[in-house]
Design a binder for this molecule. Structure first.
Ligand code: PEP
Ligand code: MG
Length: 748
């Protein structure tokens, strides 16, 4: 870069900084800035367009265009050259603007006489803020140096916008992060919540985008990059060798941290007059802009890695760590791009809700959020850039909508909804100690699903009659290495203690598919849900299962023990699993330990094959629990993790209900106790239909026990059954419409 251009660029930035330091309203500052840029760059025009809402740009200041067009000229994103710059987040540089694709003639501005056009996006960390444009009468292409200089200016404008330097009257000059924003995501754990934003990784604020002394800044950058490299090397050294994903990310970190191109670009920005922080952020913004347009998921991941790395570098440079001094609100709603299960557990039940920019329904974080019954919305785009610590948030975990800084009317409507739910909660609390007995006198056992120590208090608060499903893999998922047998035995003993004599059905490790342990060698499988998982792993590599069974026997320590095996798909698998448990009981006895007072050995029916299993299966199992989540996905061949198909088939579909009913009949024939422990058991209408076709035990999330009990207590199962049968006879695809209609007529 020529020495002269460098100093010209620095001069421009210095003048900008001086202008910004002077007192004045936002509008005055913008006006002065356009004049300075036009003067310094030797152009006839400089204009600044800012977003007035998510889709519209407004001309907010200009030097050279007709002054009366300021705040009058508006463009939609993608419209005209300015709109295209905003849309693509890329500069447009042309010597013949009127001939350029998409040029829009705006008579009120008088811009038709300007041939050359250079527009550059004003953006900060992927958040689009506006466009800065220079134009000249003389037909010429701007040089790379000029494009670059305007990009540096745009960066400073972005920082200044963030710091509120241009706040004034009108929507376009409204302070950032103050407007209401609605973000649509995907529900990963239902529930509604009102609270205040708490950023898992607070935004780093750069207060000094312009620097006087490039030498000092270059030195600061070098030191920070060196420190970053050391940190990445340390992370690589302590990484678990078995975790391919983690290693891949860290290798990418190392590659970027050592990338000459990355460092060179930042050094050039500094030479132009930016501070080290602003130079890092400029690169980060560019990476984020690219991230939004790259379709290849692998490349997008790598850009994410670069983004993470830039964040680390910024934290080193600014000294702003996790602790920014901000006070955690009393009703925090956690905002993060993504979060690991361990970190989420650290926050625990203190959170009112969670909003993630990424995440998936089956992620470990989602599993933990479900266990903690904290409403979770995932794939909520832009939330980490939009939200500031302390912002009011309404989280609608039923619709998957996040209202950030909501309008008063939205807030009032939402509060009505919450009040109605609170009223319902009171109703449920009133029947907490009552049994679930239907109007026709049928007693139904309602138990809860659990898996973490954090679930145990719900045993009392929910009115559960025991734990119908204890997902033991959660304890393994939230750790970074296999828990020791003694530790597991102590954990299980605490669960049995907390149950105070109520039955707890421990399910042996259900890993594989969506539940991948970071310390296990990952399996490359084309269809993990149909792959090497659950009991298949347990039987093929029995070491871990045997250790777990020993821990369970020790935990029971003379008390009754209930164990069930997941994903049994044929009789011999159950026989073999059962044999393992019997062997461990023998072994423990030989070792002189106290055996459980009574042992129940059950099977989970999660594949359609077991509905047709030999009678011996039903006779051998002490009990059967239907894992409806898996059973339904296999019955309809519809992946439970795939948003496109997972809601496609109704649980109340006639085929599925009739199929479940056959299993009920087979259990009745052999006298095998049967329960249902998939998510559907916790939905009142589904629970009613399941009991109507013969289920007498349901296991669900603790929060569902109240609503389900309430529904059952005012229902007559024979009547419900008649409605279901009539719907089936009518050729309906699902019995839901008929059941809903009946409930409505009943006054609900
Ligand atoms: C199920 O499949 O219904 C079940 C209860 O097990 P999980 O959801 O843990 O697979
Ligand atoms: Mg399952």
């Amino acid at each position: 870069m020529p020495e002269q251009t460098e100093s010209a660029s620095r001069r421009l930035l210095r003048r900008l900084r001086d202008t910004l330091a002077e007192p004045g309203a936002g509008q005055e500052r913008l006006d002065r800035i356009t004049t300075i840029i036009a003067e310094q760059m030797g152009t006839d025009v400089c204009s600044i367009y800012l977003f007035r809402d998510a889709d519209t740009l407004e001309l907010c200041a200009t030097e050279g265009l007709k002054p009366e067009s300021v705040h009058q000229t508006r463009l939609r994103v993608g419209e005209g050259l300015v709109g295209r710059v905003a849309k693509t987040a890329r500069p447009i540089n042309t010597g013949n603007a009127p001939q350029e694709r998409g040029f829009r003639y705006m008579p009120e501005t008088g811009e038709e006489i300007f041939s050359s056009f250079l527009g550059v996006p004003i953006q900060r960390l992927g958040e689009r803020l506006g466009v800065v444009v220079v134009q000249s009468k003389h037909a010429r292409q701007y040089s790379d140096d000029e494009v670059y200089a305007l990009e540096v200016v745009a960066m400073v404008l972005a920082e200044m916008t963030e710091l509120g330097a241009f706040v004034g009257e009108g929507e376009a000059l409204a302070a950032l992060h103050q407007r209401p924003v609605m973000i649509r995501g995907t529900v990963a754990q239902e529930g509604v919540a009102v609270g205040h934003a708490w950023l898992h990784e607070p935004r780093v604020v750069v207060t000094n985008p312009i620097a006087d002394d490039p030498e000092t800044e270059l030195k600061r950058l070098k030191e920070a990059v060196d420190r970053l490299r050391v940190t990445v090397d340390e992370m690589l050294n302590s990484a678990t060798t078995g975790d391919k994903d983690q290693l891949q990310v860290l290798e990418a970190y190392r590659m970027f941290a050592n990338s000459r191109g990355w460092k060179r670009r930042m050094e050039e920005d500094i030479a132009r007059g930016l501070s080290a922080e602003a130079a890092v952020e400029k690169e980060q913004s560019a990476a984020r802009a690219r991230m939004q347009t790259v379709p290849d998921p692998y490349l997008r991941e790598r850009l994410h890695d670069l983004d993470d790395l830039s964040n680390r570098l910024l934290r080193i440079l600014t000294g702003q760590g996790e602790r920014t001094g901000a006070e955690r609100p009393a009703d925090p709603i956690l905002i993060a791009r993504n979060i690991g299960p361990g970190e989420l557990l650290d926050y625990g039940r203190s959170l009112r809700g969670i909003v993630l920019e990424e995440g998936s329904v089956g992620s470990h974080a989602a599993i933990v959020a479900r266990a903690l019954a904290i409403p979770l919305v995932i794939q909520a785009g832009r939330v980490t850039t939009e939200a500031l610590n302390g912002n009011l948030i309404l989280l609608d975990g039923e619709q998957g909508i996040v209202h950030l800084r909501p309008e008063e009317t939205v807030r009032a409507a939402f509060e009505d909804k919450i009040a109605m739910q609170a009223k319902a909660q009171k109703r449920y609390a009133a029947i907490r100690k009552e049994p679930a007995v239907t109007l026709c006198g049928q007693r139904i056992t309602l138990t809860m699903n659990a898996g973490l120590m954090a679930d145990l208090p719900s045993l009392e608060s929910s009115g559960a009659e025991g734990v119908g499903l204890f997902r033991t893999e959660l304890q393994f998922l939230v750790r970074s290495k296999v828990p020791r047998r003694s530790k597991l035995a102590a954990l299980y003993a605490r669960v049995i203690d907390a149950a105070k004599g109520r039955r707890v059905a421990f399910r042996t490790l259900d890993i594989g598919s969506d539940k991948v342990l970071s310390y296990m060698k990952p399996q490359e499988e084309p269809n993990p849900a149909l792959g090497w998982r659950a009991i298949r792993v347990g039987l093929d590599r029995p070491g871990m299962m045997r250790m777990q069974l020993q821990a369970l026997i020790r935990a029971a320590n003379g008390r009754p023990l209930t164990v069930m095996f997941p994903l049994i798909a044929q009789l011999d698998e159950f026989r073999a699993a059962r044999e393992h448990l019997l062997n461990e009981l023998d072994r423990e006895e030989r070792l002189g330990r106290v055996l459980p007072e009574k042992v129940e050995i059950g099977a989970m029916v999660e594949t359609p094959s077991m509905a047709f299993a030999p009678r011996q299966f039903y006779e051998l199992a002490d009990f059967i629990s239907i894992g409806g989540n898996d059973l339904k996905q296999f019955f309809f061949a519809a992946d439970r993790e795939n948003e496109r198909v997972r809601r496609r088939y109704d649980t109340l579909n006639v085929s599925f209900l009739t199929f479940l009913e056959q299993i009920v009949k087979r259990c009745e024939d052999t006298g095998t106790p049967l329960s249902f422990c998939g998510e559907d058991a916790g939905r009142p209408v589904e629970a009613l239909c399941l009991t109507a076709i013969g289920f007498r035990a349901l296991s669900m999330r603790p929060a569902s026990i109240g609503p389900v009990k309430h529904m059952l207590r005012k229902s007559d199962l024979a009547e419900a059954r008649a409605v279901i049968d009539a719907a089936r006879a009518s050729g309906a695809q699902s019995v839901r419409p008929a059941v809903m209609d009946w409930l409505r007529r009943r006054g609900e």
